[in-house]
Design a protein around this ligand. Structure first.
Ligand code: HEM
Length: 367
């Protein structure tokens, strides 16, 4: 059966025929069940993304209110992903250059400890491995990878909260540690040449080191859920193919690329209208939220990079994400993960845009 609506599709066992039908037949419509405008055709998505009134955050809540005031709110508000206009363009250029130029040291990779490969251990590995890989890329010492992963986890789990509580308290503490850790790393005398160029370019553009450091933490943040989805979906694909045991780097990369094409980790993103706009002859009023269904656009333009977004806010980490997912997958297969059994029993974490498989969940109550 088709998913009920595009948010239901993210966790549906096989949403792709539905996405293809949306891309063909429903380029743009209002979904009453969600109170959202839904945009599925690549041209319409690009038109929304280009429109100056389409913002990445609701204009009246640039930071989730439950995180304010405090370090988690400050960190969130500094992320390039959460800003438009000048702060966004300036930071985006600097971060993109940094990602392109930075050459991580010869550090051997320290992947998350899995212990016995239970379903729960695999779920934890999926979330932590992309952060470990990104922390290694940034040149952080292996002794802090696991702390980074735990802090990003605490920060992420506070985002859906609607009011302050234990999760937001934990997120403030995590954000403070992340900010401090990345700021010391950026300003350390032994910082890599690319980090030094980032600081200098920041200085010339009048961007404070605290803002740059927050965005290095932002790279850890951005890599987590999407990275878990890419790794997890590639793992499921391996299981469906009967692939287990050690694989070559080439095989791991091929699985990751196939996951990007056939079972991508990010299905949608949102834009919030600061003013009314007209798209495909349809008027959408200020204050409305538009769901851009990247996974539907990918059905009409399969060779494009839709899983990584497009235009101004497109992901600068796409290549890293592919490399890191392949390396994390190869490591997990080497450690003996039973991909076939994993692929035989899974569901998807209940997230609004990332498709991340989950292997540890209670048995369905018997009928
Ligand atoms: C499987 C992995 C990943 C996927 C599928 C993915 C996907 C995306 C998408 C769809 C966007 C655009 C959001 C929008 O337009 O609203 C985005 C933005 C972003 N991604 Fe990724 N991403 C992944 C991994 C990474 C990694 C590893 C990094 C870090 C190097 C990263 C850094 C960013 C940043 C900084 C932005 C914000 C860019 C901006 O706002 O201009 N991503 N990502």
């Amino acid at each position: 059966m088709y998913p009920a609506h595009p948010l239901d599709a993210v966790t549906h066992p096989d949403p792709y025929p539905y996405y293809a039908a949306l891309a063909r037949g429903a380029p743009l419509y209002r979904e009453p069940a969600l109170g959202l405008w839904v945009v599925c055709h690549p041209d319409a998505i690009r038109a929304v993304m280009r429109h100056p009134a389409a913002r990445v955050r609701p204009p009246d809540a640039p930071v989730p209110p439950a995180l304010c005031p405090g370090p988690a709110g400050t960190l969130f508000g500094r992320f390039v992903r959460m800003n438009d206009s000048l702060p966004h363009t300036q930071l985006k250029g600097l971060l993109t250059d940094f990602i392109r130029e930075h050459k991580p040291g010869p550090e051997t990779m320290a992947w998350p400890e899995t212990g016995a490969l239970t379903a729960n251990a695999i779920d934890r590995y999926l979330a932590a491995a992309p952060v470990h890989a990104q922390a290694a890329f940034l040149g952080l010492p292996p002794s802090v990878y696991a702390d980074c992963a735990a802090d990003i986890g605490a920060f992420l789990s506070s985002l859906p909260e609607v009011s302050a509580g234990p999760k937001t308290t934990a997120a403030h503490a995590a954000a403070e540690r992340l900010q401090g850790r990345l700021e010391s790393h950026l300003l350390a005398p032994q910082a890599s040449p690319a980090l030094r160029r980032l600081s200098e370019a920041g200085m010339r553009a009048n961007l404070a080191p605290a803002l740059l450091a927050a965005n290095l933490a932002g790279l850890l943040f951005q890599s987590c859920e999407a990275g878990a989805g890419l790794l997890g979906n590639a793992l499921v694909l391996a299981g469906r193919r009967g692939i287990r045991g050690a694989v070559s780097d080439r095989q791991a990369e091929a699985l990751v690329d196939e996951a990007l094409r056939k079972d991508p980790p990010v299905h949608n993103t949102r834009r919030f209208l600061a003013a009314g706009m007209e798209i495909c002859g349809q008027r959408i009023e200020a204050g409305q939220t538009v769901l851009l269904v990247l996974a539907a656009a990918a059905m009409s333009e399969p060779e494009s990079q839709w899983p990584f977004g497009a235009l101004g806010h497109a992901c600068p980490g796409a290549e890293l994400a592919r490399r890191h997912a392949a390396a994390a997958l190869a490591h997990l297969l080497r450690t003996g993960a039973d991909t076939v059994s994993l692929a035989a029993r899974l569901r998807y974490r209940p997230l609004p845009s990332a498709r991340v498989p989950q292997f540890d969940f209670p048995k369905e109550p018997s009928q």
